[in-house]
Every structure is written in structure tokens, then in C-alpha cells.
Design a protein around this ligand. Sequence first.
Ligand SMILES: [Fe+2]
Length: 146
Amino acid sequence: MNQQYIDTLNELLKGEHMAMQVYEKTKGIQEDNQVKEMLNKFAQDHQRHIDLLSQRVKELGGTPQDKTGFPGIMVDVTTTINAIQGPKHLLKQLYDGEDKGIHSYEDRIDELDPVSQYVVKGIMAEDHEHLKYFKARMEEEKQERE
Ligand SMILES: [Fe+2]
């Protein structure tokens, strides 16, 4: 039954919209150019995830979720505050966000049809890359402070 797949994909789409908005917002207020560039790339990656999931929802005959709603706004405010406090707070929060994102994919992937699972696996691989970048960057931050 496609409706279950559509609903699950739309749930995951909410998270992608949230991630994209967070990166779009924080890249603009980040003063460290390296971090800014990284956030810009991640915003683009998540826009691509949105496109992929939306396309799959349409293929299944559904209407893709197009915004995050209230929880998205709440995340946005916290992230903005952390971005102003400096890269260390921000990187940690973004890392946690990515980690949560990957877990929500892991939790839901069994509910999906094989084609959607394939799409989701590609997205998860990219998010694992994001985590690696954050980890490396957080290590650098630590060393700079020592
Ligand atoms: Fe990501």
C-alpha cells in the first residue's frame, strides 16, 4: 500500500527541510570561512535530499511535504543562538542534528518499499559523510584552543 510509504517519506522530508533551513540560516552568520563553506555545501546536499524524497513521493502518487512547520522554527531559533555563540556550540549542535537525522532514517527504512529504501540509503551515506566532516572540524577547534 503506497500511502504508508508516502507518509513515511513525508515524515523524513520534514527532517530534511529542517536541516536545509538550519544550514541556510547558519551559513550566513558564520564568520569562519571554512565552516561557512562547509555549511553551504551541506545546505545544498540537503536540498538535493529534499528533491530526491519529493520525487519519490510523486512517483508513488503522493504530494510531497513542503515545509517543516512549528518544530522547524523552534530548532531554527536555538541554532541561531548557538551560531552567534561561536563555531564550537554550533558544530556540536549540527553534529547532533545530523546524528538524529540518520537515526530517524534507520528507524523508518524498514517501513519503505525497496526503491525508496535505495534512495534513503544514498541519503544516509551522505549524512554519514557530514558527520565525519563535523567530527574532523570539531577536532580542529579543540586543538586550536589547546
Ligand atoms: Fe546531513
